[in-house]
Design a protein around this ligand. Structure first.
Ligand code: NAG
Ligand code: NAG
Ligand code: NAG
Ligand code: NAG
Ligand code: NAG
Ligand code: NAG
Ligand code: NAG
Ligand code: NAG
Length: 614
C-alpha cells in the first residue's frame, strides 16, 4: 500500500468536508526517510486540497488518493508515545488502524457506533448505541468492499477474517476489500449480549441437566425460568434490539461510514438470514448478495418450531457411513466392522444409544477422567462432524474404537475439557429468540404441554432433533418482547438478483431452504455443489468459485434457475497430508484455478469453522 505519513488533524477536516483548523505541519513520527521525502512533495498538495475545500465547499470529491489510504500518525499529538497510525481513505468517514496481518498482509480495524434502535430514533434519546468493530483486508486492486458474515448468530466477523481471510481473498480475488464486523452484541461489540453480568455468575448459574427430553424437563423448566429473567435483566433496555433486522440496518451504517452506496455481501449459514432480511428491507441497496448454506427465513421468523432445518441431517449421517464403506477399511476404520451400510448404521446407533442409560467411565489419571455419555458422542461428536467431511476420518476412528470397547479416544475428543461450540456469549439466544415467535403467548403454558409439543417434532425431524431441547425451553419462556415488525416476503425484487449457494446435503441448512429463498427473491439463481457439508466451502469446487466471481465482478448469474457443480477431487476419507501441507487433489491448467482449489481445500480442512446454526 502506498501511504503517506501525516497528522490526523490536518487531513481529517478536509476529508470530512469541514474547514481545516490549520495548515499541515510535518509529522512528529516518520517511519523512514523516503516517507519524509514523500511528505515534502505531498505537503503542498494537501494544503491546496485543504484550501480548495474551503473555497468550494465540496465535500466528497476533493481528495483523490485513488484506492490508497492516507496513513496518519500521532493521533494524540500531545501524547507522542502513542504512535498509533491511523489510516484514512478517500470518500470514507471513519479512520482505521492496522490490527495484525493475514497472509502477510496488514489488516485494518475500526469501530462505528450505531443507534440502539435503528428504526425508531426516540428510543435512543439518551444516546443509547452499540459499538460495532469492523475489520478489513484490502484487495490489491479494489475500490469496493464486500461484507462477510460467518453465521451463528453469534459468529464474530473479526475472528472469521483472521482465520479465513487469506483463503477468501484468494477465492474472491483482488477486486474486493474483505470487510467483516462483530454484529451488535457479539464478541467485541458493546454492550455484549449476555445472560450473566460477569464470568463468575456464568460459572455459578449456568449448569443445568438438559440432555433427556422427558426425564430432565422438570429441572430444565425451573432453571430456564431464572435464566431468561437473567437475560432480560442483564441487557436491560438493549435486550429487545439485539435482532437481525437491526443488524441488517447496521450494515447500512457500515456502508455509509465507508461511503459505499450499495451492498456487496457473502453470508454463510445464519448469514443467509441476515442477507435475506437485508435484501427484503433494503432491496434498492442489495447490489450483490450471495447467501450460502441457506436457512428458511419463514420458519426462522414465523414458526415456533423450525420445521425445515434438519431435513437432510440424517442423509449426511448416512453419507458418512456410505463414503466410509466405499473408502474401505484401509482408509476408514469403521468399514471393517460391518459389511453393509444398514448393518453399520444399526450397530453404531445401537452402541451409542446404549450410552443413554449406561455411560462409560474413562480414567487416564487423577487429573483426567470422566464419563462418556450419549450426548457427548451423539451431539458433541457426530453432529458437529457432519458440518465438514474433513472431520469424518477422525470421527470414524474414534467411533470404531468405541465400538471395539475402547472409549478413550471418543472421550478425549468429545467429552473431556471440550466445549464443542465454544460459546462464551448468549448472542445466539438473543438474536434467534428476539427474531422469532417466542414467549409463553405462542407456546404451551406448562412443562408437560411443552414436552408433548416437542417430542413428536424431535422424533419426526431427525435422529439429531433433540439437541434443540434447551433452545426451545428458552424460546417458550422468553420474556423479552419482539420489537421488530419484519415479515419475510415472497416476490422480493432486488436491484440485482441474489446468488444462492448450497451443498446437496447440508446437515443444518438443507437444499429445500435454498429453494425457498430462490422462490422468495425474484430472478435469483441457485447453484448447488454436489457434496456433503454445511455451506459451499465445506468442499472444494472451483466451479462454485467461478460462479461467485462472475456474479461479484460482472453481475452474471447462471441462465437456468438451478445449476450444479461437482466437488473437485475426492474429499472424503483421504489421509491427512504429512506436515499439514495441503496437496491439490486435482490438477488445474490455470495457475489461478490451482490457487483457488488450494484455498478451498484449506477451508474445507479447517475444522474450526466457527459458525453454527440451528
Ligand atoms: C417509537 O418509540 C417510542 C418510544 O418508545 C414509542 O412511543 C413510539 O410508539 C415508537 N414509534 C413507532 C413508530 O414505533
Ligand atoms: C484492476 O481492476 C480493474 C477494474 O476492475 C480491471 O479492469 C483490471 O484488469 C484490474 N487489474 C488487475 C491487475 O487485476
Ligand atoms: C473476538 O475478536 C477478537 C478481536 O477482533 C478476535 O481476536 C477474537 O478471535 C474474537 N473472539 C471470538 C470468540 O470470536
Ligand atoms: C485409500 O484410498 C485411496 C484413495 O481412494 C486408495 O488409492 C487406496 O487404495 C485406499 N487404501 C486402502 C488401504 O484401501
Ligand atoms: C493426565 O492425562 C492427560 C490427558 O492424557 C494429560 O494431558 C496429563 O498430562 C496427564 N496428567 C498427569 C499428571 O499425568
Ligand atoms: C485405548 O485407546 C487409546 C488411544 O485412544 C490407547 O492409548 C489405549 O492404549 C487403548 N486402550 C486399550 C486397552 O487398548
Ligand atoms: C474456547 O474459547 C476460549 C476463550 O474464549 C479459549 O481459551 C479456548 O481455547 C477455546 N476452546 C476451544 C476448544 O476452541
Ligand atoms: C418419541 O421418541 C421417544 C424415544 O426417543 C419415545 O419415547 C416417544 O414415545 C416418542 N414420542 C412421540 C410422540 O412420538
Amino acid at each position: 500500500m502506498t501511504a503517506i505519513v501525516t497528522d490526523e488533524k490536518q487531513l481529517q477536516a478536509p476529508l470530512l468536508g469541514g474547514a481545516p483548523s490549520s495548515l499541515p505541519r510535518p509529522p512528529h513520527h516518520q517511519r523512514n526517510s523516503s516517507r519524509q521525502r514523500l511528505w515534502r512533495v505531498l505537503r503542498p498538495l494537501i494544503a491546496i486540497w485543504a484550501l480548495s475545500s474551503l473555497l468550494y465547499c465540496c465535500a466528497s470529491n476533493l481528495i483523490r488518493l485513488g484506492n490508497y489510504g492516507v496513513e496518519i500518525s500521532n493521533r494524540h499529538s500531545a501524547l507522542p508515545k502513542h504512535h498509533e497510525r491511523l489510516l484514512k481513505y478517500d470518500g470514507e468517514h471513519i479512520s482505521w488502524k492496522t490490527c495484525g496481518t493475514v497472509a502477510d498482509r496488514d489488516v485494518e480495524c475500526s469501530t462505528i457506533d450505531v443507534p440502539m434502535d435503528q428504526f425508531n430514533a426516540s428510543n435512543n434519546a439518551n444516546g443509547q448505541h452499540f459499538s460495532i468493530p469492523l475489520i478489513r483486508m484490502r484487495g490489491k486492486n479494489a475500490t469496493r468492499s464486500i461484507l462477510l458474515n460467518p453465521g451463528g448468530p453469534g459468529g464474530s466477523g473479526s475472528n472469521f477474517l483472521y482465520r479465513k481471510g487469506a483463503q477468501l481473498n484468494t477465492i474472491i480475488g483482488e477486486g474486493f476489500h474483505l470487510l467483516s464486523f462483530d454484529p451488535r452484541g457479539i464478541n467485541e461489540s458493546r454492550p455484549a449480549a449476555s445472560c450473566y453480568p460477569d464470568p463468575p455468575a456464568r460459572h455459578d448459574f449456568s449448569a443445568v441437566r438438559d440432555k433427556k427430553v422427558v426425564e430432565d424437563s422438570g429441572e430444565l423448566w425451573a432453571w430456564t425460568a431464572n435464566y431468561v429473567r437473567s437475560c432480560a435483566d442483564t441487557m436491560g433496555e438493549y435486550a429487545p434490539h439485539i435482532n437481525t433486522p437491526q443488524t441488517a440496518a447496521d450494515m447500512n451504517s457500515i456502508l455509509d461510514a465507508i461511503g459505499q452506496p450499495e451492498l456487496y455481501y457473502w453470508g454463510f449459514s445464519y448469514g443467509t438470514l441476515l442477507g435475506q432480511t437485508y435484501a427484503t428491507l433494503f432491496p434498492d441497496r442489495a447490489r450483490r448478495v450471495i447467501i450460502d448454506g441457506v436457512a428458511n427465513q419463514f420458519d426462522w421468523y414465523d414458526h415456533p418450531l423450525d420445521l425445515e432445518e434438519l431435513t437432510d441431517t440424517d442423509a449426511v449421517f448416512a453419507g458418512f457411513l456410505d463414503e466410509c464403506l466405499k473408502a474401505g477399511p484401509g482408509n476408514c476404520s469403521l468399514a471393517s466392522l460391518a459389511s453393509s451400510k444398514d448393518e453399520l448404521s444399526h450397530n453404531l446407533i445401537a452402541a451409542v444409544a446404549k450410552l443413554r442409560d449406561e455411560p462409560v467411565p474413562v480414567y487416564l489419571n487423577s487429573t483426567a477422567h470422566g464419563v462418556l455419555d450419549f450426548w457427548a458422542v451423539w451431539h458433541d461428536g457426530i453432529f458437529p462432524a457432519l458440518y465438514k467431511p474433513a472431520n469424518w476420518p477422525e470421527l470414524a476412528t474414534n467411533l470404531a474404537s468405541l465400538l471395539q470397547g475402547n472409549a478413550t479416544a471418543a472421550f478425549l475428543s468429545y467429552a473431556f475439557d471440550r466445549n464443542a461450540w465454544n460459546e462464551s456469549s448468549d448472542a445466539f439466544r438473543f438474536v434467534s429468540l428476539n427474531d422469532g415467535v417466542s414467549g409463553p403467548a405462542h407456546w404451551p403454558k406448562d412443562r408437560l404441554g411443552l414436552v408433548a409439543k416437542l417430542l413428536p417434532h424431535f422424533n419426526s425431524t431427525s435422529m439429531f432433533g433433540d439437541n434443540e431441547l434447551s433452545h426451545y425451553f428458552a424460546k417458550q419462556a422468553w420474556p423479552i418482547p419482539r420489537s421488530h415488525g419484519f415479515v419475510p416476503q415472497n416476490g422480493v425484487q432486488t436491484v440485482h438478483p441474489l446468488l444462492i449457494l448450497s451443498t446437496t446435503y447440508d446437515p443444518v441448512c438443507p437444499l429445500v431452504s435454498a429453494r425457498s429463498a430462490h422462490k422468495a427473491f425474484e430472478g435469483s439463481k441457485l447453484v448447488e455443489v454436489k457434496g456433503y457439508g454445511h455451506c459451499s466451502l465445506a468442499v472444494p469446487s472451483v466451479c462454485i468459485a467461478r460462479y461467485v466471481r462472475e456474479f461479484l465482478y460482472e453481475g452474471r448469474l447462471p441462465e437456468e434457475d438451478h445449476v450444479q457443480c461437482e466437488v473437485d477431487g475426492e474429499p472424503y476419507f483421504v489421509k491427512p497430508d504429512e506436515g499439514g501441507k495441503v496437496v491439490p487433489t486435482v490438477v488445474f491448467e490455470g495457475e489461478e484455478e490451482r490457487r483457488i482449489h488450494l484455498a478451498q481445500l484449506e477451508l474445507a480442512r479447517d475444522l474450526d469453522w466457527g459458525f453454527r446454526r440451528w
